[in-house]
Ligand binder design. Structure first.
Ligand code: FBP
Ligand code: MG
Ligand code: MG
Length: 328
């Protein structure tokens, strides 16, 4: 066994799928560590269904997960890198995956990862994924960075493992504590500011105004361009992440994909006491209308995410609303 699942009481089919995912993750971490020695993992390949250019590692990771899941309980396999849902065989589960998240970081040695989401299989491939995200039975990610970690929820807290590179085993760590509430960090790609909707502009302007602005204190910005890395930081340190819809062509509903990026991250974040919305409404209550549908995405420390919703609903008072009024 490469993943220590003792005490989690997972159904055997789900436990088997988690073992298979972890084995591929450990292999990818080794492959990434050798990037440039054997081959160039950032070399351009084709274009995926979402219109994004693919890198060699995107394609390799997708193939590795798909192969590893054959013969498991996964009947339906949906991937960022596949146009359609693939039927792998009979089974009780449906798995969606962003095989390689943060691909723009492959050639610059910055953390990247895999995001996965698991549902009970429904009668058809589409019905298995185009449903409220709250029906997930598992969601999580692996991060390939200075350390390789696996983070997952099965609906009862957020579990954490770190890969021991000497043994190839993921060793269980303490579950994540609730996301810290007292933080001053926000993450957004500020180069898109001129395209943002008014509530997001107003929120970020008020943060940047710092001590002299309506919030009366200073904030700090981060942008790694790797959703798994931003999520890992927010789980540890708190803060908020925003990828809103904007006025660029094709970005009306942001950049991130509901099924295999936002739904599983939202599941993890809510299980850690945080909040994840499209700016206003919880992601977990929403069902996408297509496999590669995008959604605006805001997540992190609950009071911060609630304050952002107020910038949409009641902009006059959003900045001055006391934190106590924003607590869950
Ligand atoms: O380059 P941008 O527009 O800032 O977008 C960064 C976002 O795009 C992503 O890299 C998209 O994921 P992929 O690499 O799987 O396409 C996210 O990880 C990240 O949050
Ligand atoms: Mg991604
Ligand atoms: Mg990807």
């Amino acid at each position: 066994m490469s993943l220590d699942l003792d005490g989690l009481a997972l159904a055997p089919e789900l436990a088997d799928v988690m073992q298979r995912l972890s084995i591929v993750g450990a292999r990818l971490q080794r492959l990434i560590a050798r990037n440039g020695i054997d081959q160039d993992l950032a070399a351009a390949r084709g274009t995926n269904a979402g219109g994004d250019g693919q890198k060699a590692l995107d394609v390799m990771a997708d193939a590795a997960y798909m192969e590893a899941l054959k013969g498991s309980a996964v009947a339906f396999y949906a991937s960022e890198e596949e146009d359609e849902i693939l039927t792998l065989g009979p089974g009780t589960l449906a798995l969606a995956v962003d095989p390689l998240d943060g691909s723009s970081n492959i050639d610059v040695n910055v953390s990247i990862g895999t995001i996965f989401s698991i549902f009970p299989a429904a009668a058809t491939p589409e019905a298995s994924f185009l449903r409220p995200a709250r029906e997930q039975i598992a969601g999580g990610y692996m991060i390939f960075g200075p350390q390789c970690a696996l983070v997952a929820t099965f609906g009862d807290g957020v579990h954490h493992w770190i890969l021991d590179p000497d043994t190839g085993r993921f060793e269980r760590q303490p579950d994540f504590a609730p996301i810290p509430k007292d933080t001053s960090e926000f993450a957004i790609n500020a180069s898109n500011k001129r395209h943002w909707p008014a509530p997001i502009r107003a929120y970020v302007d008020d943060l940047i105004a710092g001590e002299e602005g309506p919030r009366g204190r200073n904030f700090n910005m981060r942008w790694i361009a790797s959703l798994v890395a931003e999520t890992h930081r927010i789980l540890r340190r708190g803060g908020v992440f925003l990828y809103p819809g904007d006025s660029r062509k094709g970005y009306e509903r942001g950049r991130l994909r509901h099924v295999y990026e936002c739904a599983p991250i939202a599941f993890v974040i809510e299980q850690a006491g945080g909040r994840a919305t499209d700016g206003v409404h919880p992601i977990l209550d929403q069902a996408p209308d297509s496999l590669h549908a995008r959604t605006p995405f805001v997540f992190g420390t609950a009071p911060k995410v609630k304050r952002i919703a107020h910038y949409y609903d009641s902009p006059e008072t959003a900045a001055v609303m006391p934190d106590e009024h924003l607590m869950p």
